[in-house]
Design a protein. Sequence first.
Length: 202
Amino acid sequence: MVYSSAAKFPTLAETTIAFQVYDTRSELPSIKLDGYIGSGSPANITEDHHLPWVKRYVNWIQFMHKNHHPDTDTPVKGRVFGICFTHQATAYALDGTVAYNPSRQWELGLRKVNVLQEKDFMIPRPSNQTDKESSPLPVVSLAAFHTQQVTSPPEAADHLGTSLSCPFEVLFYHHPENEYGHILTFQTHPEKLTKEEINKRM
């Protein structure tokens, strides 16, 4: 788990971003930070949900979801970006379901993910593709490395991305009372995975 000290920035060149790493098996981050990145894990949510650290992590996700709002006197201001295990743990924490891949094998390698909805935080389309009715939503290639996936998303989640092997690739969660989006999760990995890391996890 890492956090960013700068949640909003005009350009990366003009902003200093500080990160701090937390091992959530022993420590959870403060709720007062500007932003969070929840990583993958060798654990899986269906078999390891009883472990004390997984229970604490699930409770933390539930708290972050329920208590987030940037414009009122609530304790949580920072948004959350979740990858792989955190994608699954967030769905599990908010009453979705998670299961093994249909093949019960590792999903490994690049795969094409279809974007289903456009959101304000996404990179704008080129000026010659601003007609949403005539221009299809993009398809992006992302790195998969998982044995489990979300099979039914929570009610609070908007479905933003899908692929042939993983229907619920990208989910965007809004606050239960005001529709403010504050948790974005991906099944795939945006970070670089080395051959050594892959061999160690498998």
